[in-house]
Design a protein. Structure first.
Lengths: 310, 290
């Protein structure tokens, strides 16, 4: 609980609370909501990529699992949205566990390929199981309603997304400082060294993967309710790559880096008036250039510069 | 029975393509320890550039040479501009760079050559031949023949030429190779060029059957990787056998179970393979350097 009183968390809380007063119109608030929802998924992915040193380029699959679980059980079975979100998170966790258990015992690139495969499979399922998912045309999702309160306005959504984002950051920072988090960082430094020190490497990697899947699923569920409509493009490879780019650009192993990455990659295209088919060139360049010239990512590099000056 | 033979032939044909992709993975993995996520895009580039040149009224043979040459140049550039400058970066960084390169290549192709599926005319007509009760397109024989020749050339290259042996030396121990005077950087560059060449040729001979599109490299690359893992990463023989097995299983699933889910086969396979035999069929059980 020490983390609650961290200055960075207090600053984040203040910024999130004051931000809506600074935002001129609903269009900008809408972007802020999208950033917060994307950041939740990015923070989760950062647990895997930054802390456990494992790359996933299929994380959109978990976002899609969250979105479609929520969409299907609320629209077709009349579940309350909150129960649906929890159910979706559990579902994503189970899928992640089933995949991670055998594969994470092995070398780095195995999981990367497996996640790529998972992304492809989820995409195929979403397109083919038309009766459940609406197929390529997608399906509508009922609006979010919790205990009789309907989240109808963009500003309601902002409040919800801001609180959840703050909680996600808190969770991530807590994990970072926990024994498990230290173990995970050890993995990234040297797996063998961590193992020698008695860390159950495989178990921690599995945990990181499952946690990252849950973050992604929650982000997906909320996105589905927020947009009111989902289509298989949510599981697309480009979406997975977008998430990975957020983490890499912001800085692997940096929670605030993931948030900054999500903010930049969500807001920039909006400000530029959309990428119009240049998404892949853009994400590809950002990935390559960051790794070549700023391998630690933005936030850790800036932090290092500031510390050197001080 | 004739159904079965039909599936076997189509499985072997796609399997031969996966085998060439797997061979490309193994080449670069051996030389640098990096899984090149842009490997599938080499196959895509070969087919797409050839199709584009063909559309500009270039004779077929010349267009093929152009497509392969363009891909090899991209492979060499990938090493020179992205992998080499990263220097001693961790393998994770290098993998992210190749992922970035893969997306970048797809993005550029999508913008310059368009999003549409392209196809190439078959090399020698499209009248199916009847072999053992199955109808086989002449192009399938081209694919199988080309794959066999390329694989034989590869084995010869590593067995009988100095350059090939130098590559093996770098694969075995880069530091020691440098100590005896092998220019490791140039060998690494060569491995990227060679696997681009393998990929491009495979992409060109396969395009008349599979058609090609800017994002087909994703699937081809993934299946090539599954094939390489099944055979044992880094093993040439393993890559070929692995490719053929993946192709066969996929064709049988498509034929007897569900064609919509045939692309799920490699994914399920990779989990089973990694569980049951993490080193693949022909892989070495080498220990890790710490």
């Amino acid at each position: 609980m020490k983390a609650l009183f961290r200055p960075s968390l207090l600053v984040l809380a203040v910024v999130l609370a004051l931000l809506p007063f600074a935002l001129p119109n609903n269009y900008v608030v809408d972007i802020a909501v999208r950033i917060a929802l994307a950041a939740i998924a990015a923070i989760g992915l950062n647990l895997l990529m930054g802390f456990a040193g494992q790359i996933s380029i299929g994380h959109a699959a978990f976002v899609a699992i969250g979105a479609y679980c929520s969409g299907i059980v609320t629209a077709r079975f009349g579940w309350p949205p909150l129960a649906a979100i929890c159910g979706a998170a559990v579902g994503a966790a189970v899928v992640a566990w089933l995949i991670a258990k055998p594969i994470l015992r092995l070398k780095g690139h195995s999981l990367t390929m497996a996640t790529l495969g998972l992304g492809v499979i989820v995409n195929i399922v979403l397109i083919n199981e038309v009766d459940w998912t609406g197929g390529p045309d997608g399906m509508p999702v009922p609006p979010l309603e919790v205990a009789g309160f309907a989240f109808a306005k963009v500003r309601h959504w902002y409040a919800l997304a801001a609180v959840l984002l703050w909680l996600a950051v808190l969770q991530s920072l807590n994990l970072y400082e926990s024994p498990a988090g230290r173990a995970l960082r050890g993995l990234n430094g040297s797996e063998v060294a961590a193992r020698v020190m008695g860390v159950d490497v495989a178990r921690f990697k599995v945990r990181a993967f499952v946690a990252s899947a849950v973050f992604a699923a929650v982000s997906g569920s909320l996105t589905a309710h927020y947009l009111g409509f989902i289509s298989p493009s949510i599981a697309a490879f480009t979406h997975s790559v977008e998430l990975a780019t957020m983490v890499v650009l912001g800085g692997m192993a940096s929670t605030f880096g993931a948030v900054l990455g999500a903010a930049l990659l969500t807001a920039l295209p909006q400000l530029l008036g959309g990428l119009h088919g240049y998404e892949m060139v853009f994400f590809g360049l950002v990935l390559m250039l960051t790794m070549m010239f700023l391998p630690k990512g933005l936030v850790p590099s800036i932090a290092l510069k500031l510390r050197k000056k001080a | 029975m004739s159904d079965f033979m039909q599936f076997v032939f189509s499985g072997l044909t796609t399997g031969a393509i996966y085998a060439l992709a797997a061979l490309g993975f193994s080449l670069i993995y051996n030389a640098s320890g990096v899984i090149n996520f842009a490997q599938g895009d080499f196959l895509m580039l070969g087919g797409m550039v050839t199709a584009a040149l063909l559309a500009h009224q270039m004779p077929y043979g010349l267009a093929m040479v152009g497509g392969v040459a363009a891909t090899v140049i991209v492979g060499l550039l990938l090493y020179r501009l992205a992998i080499q400058p990263a220097g001693e970066a961790s393998v994770v960084s290098l993998i992210i760079i190749t992922i970035g390169a893969s997306i970048f290549i797809q993005g550029v192709v999508q913008i310059v050559l368009g999003k549409n599926q392209q196809t190439l005319p078959p090399f020698s007509g499209d009248r199916a031949l009847q072999i053992m009760g199955a109808y086989v397109l002449p192009q399938s024989l081209w694919v199988l023949g080309t794959a066999a020749v390329l694989v034989a050339l590869c084995f010869g290259f590593f067995r009988f030429t100095m350059v090939g042996k130098a590559m093996l030396a770098v694969a075995a121990n880069a530091l020691a190779a440098r100590a005896v005077g092998i220019p490791t950087a140039r060998v690494l560059q060569l491995s990227f060029g060679l696997s681009a060449l393998l990929g491009a040729v495979a992409g060109v001979v396969a395009a008349p059957i599979t058609t090609t599109v800017y994002d087909i490299g994703l699937m081809l690359g993934m299946k090539g990787f599954v094939a390489a893992t099944l055979g044992g990463l880094g093993s040439g023989l393993g890559a070929v056998v692995g490719g053929l097995i993946v192709g066969l299983l996929e064709a049988l699933v498509a034929g007897y179970i569900s064609s919509a889910y045939k692309d799920a086969v490699p994914f399920v396979m990779i989990i089973v393979i990694l569980l049951v035999m993490p080193h693949g069929l022909f892989g070495s059980k080498g220990s890790d350097r710490v």
